[in-house]
Design a binder for this molecule. Sequence first.
Ligand code: MG
Length: 368
Amino acid sequence: MKITCISVFQIDLPLEHPYWLSGGRLKFEVLDATLVKVETDAGITGWGEGTPWGHTYVPAHGPGIRAGIETMAPFVMGLDPRRVLDVERAMDLALPGHLYAKSPIDMACWDIAGQAAGMTIADLMGGGSRTPRPIASSVGAKTVDETRAVIDRYRQRGYIAHSVKIGGDVERDIARVRDVESIRQPGEIMLYDVNRGWTRQQALRVMSACEDLNVMFEQPGETIDDIAAIAGKHASPVSVDEALVTLQDAARIARDGIAEIFGIKLNRVGGLTKAARMRDVALAHGIDMFVMATGGSVLADTEALHLAATIPDANCHAVWACQDMLTVDIAGGRGPRNVDGHLHLPETPGLGVHPDEDMLGNPTAVYT
Ligand code: MG
């Protein structure tokens, strides 16, 4: 089987509510999504998606994905998409780094491989759990009252897991964490996501003040060095996501005990092929995981769900459904959707959901 054509589509995905990153930074309202259709000489078509969480969040942006694909397309054309390692190496040779540009092609190849094998991606990767995965909300709010309101909105949709965005103001962060913990319901999973919004002293002050609450913080500093520097000075379990980019990052964090949880972002780390290695490093070191896209439609959510399904149930805390934050649905209601706060693995071979191509308009580029 050979890749014969790669078509690239751009679509804006508006957010239902304007979003502020931790500490009220970086408001934005629309995600720039890139959808990739990979066609083969066997008549099997695979789809991939790369949607950064805005252009100001991490070093990734929509036009960069499309430019990267333009550079890589000649190198992957003609390869067998089922041989995902061949495709990975071709992309890495054609364009070192730029992992976020590679994940849509990697995703489409896994979709094709699954369809060809008659298996879901998760099963093709070795075996997918059918235990529904809790969806973590994304609570981008500023005040105690707003935080309660957003959590309530998600609870009404059945959510039991919440990623509460904090960072930037020590007193307000302590107040918000303590308030959310005071209303935490039995069985709820709470993660306090700093999104790099603390300096080291801010991190230690908030984490120390919340020590009695026994809660988890995500990305409490800008870099792995920052998180490592405070690791021995507080008692809270820490998740690393934005600073978890390469397999070398994963190995260092695991070996040096810098974090207890990986937040694996599929687009950030370059797709399923690379993310699966991080999963294995995590499992070998007693590290639990959250798995998510960096943003996007039901396609991106489903890609993450497949990886999450290959993690033992006890070690996979939650996934994300960015689709629930959008006003546009490019798949007409198909694919995994929120059911009582959980996503269920689709049983259709491959990814299990494709977009409604009519909604995508004309491709911005076609490579043959
Ligand atoms: Mg995070």
